[in-house]
Design a protein around this ligand. Sequence first.
Ligand code: TYD
Length: 208
Amino acid sequence: MEKGVLITFEGPEGSGKSTQVALLAQELEKRNFKVLCTREPGGTALGEEVRKILLNKVEKMEPLSELFLYAAARFQHTVERIKPALEKGQVIICDRYLDSSIAYQAYGRGLDLQTVEMVNNLATDLIKPDITILLDLDPEEGLGRFKGRELDRMEKENLLFHRRVRQGYLELGNREERFLVFEADLDERELHSLILSKVLYYLVERGG
Ligand code: TYD
């Protein structure tokens, strides 16, 4: 494989991304692909610190400040993790990436779409995912999965916010060819098999 592949997972809260990321990574490793599993915000020392600020430490935050913080974590991640792995020909599986900013900061918070795209262009150095797996789920159902545990700053947003996020994702899914959209409430193993077969098809087609 000459250049690596960037696969991103997206979806609203409680859509089961992390489980699907882990299952996909396991299967690809079994097939001898060199896999890097990572996440945003996070994946670097700076990103993990920014993540704490974004999710728990600070309550009062302007939408634009929020966008910049996610973008700061993203740029560090692009330089430290994504680019080197792509150069080494690895398969990167990233739990959230630039589309999260479009769904949450543009559709959810109501920031101007062009502003969010411009900031993301800088933060990603124009690296677009090859495949984006969207796990679609009704936000009521997703948030319901968190009963009994403390919510983070984003999860605490009201249902209307989370509905706009979902809508944003679905619009992106319709617009961008790289998106593969799945129903997140399928059985975990069944969903995994569907995702795996699409990803393997892509990797084989491009000559991996
Ligand atoms: P996380 O615990 O990773 O959520 P999940 O398990 O649902 O992926 O928290 C990340 C939160 O940050 C999530 O609410 C989505 C939000 N987010 C943004 O608002 N913009 C972004 O650019 C990114 C990457 C995440």
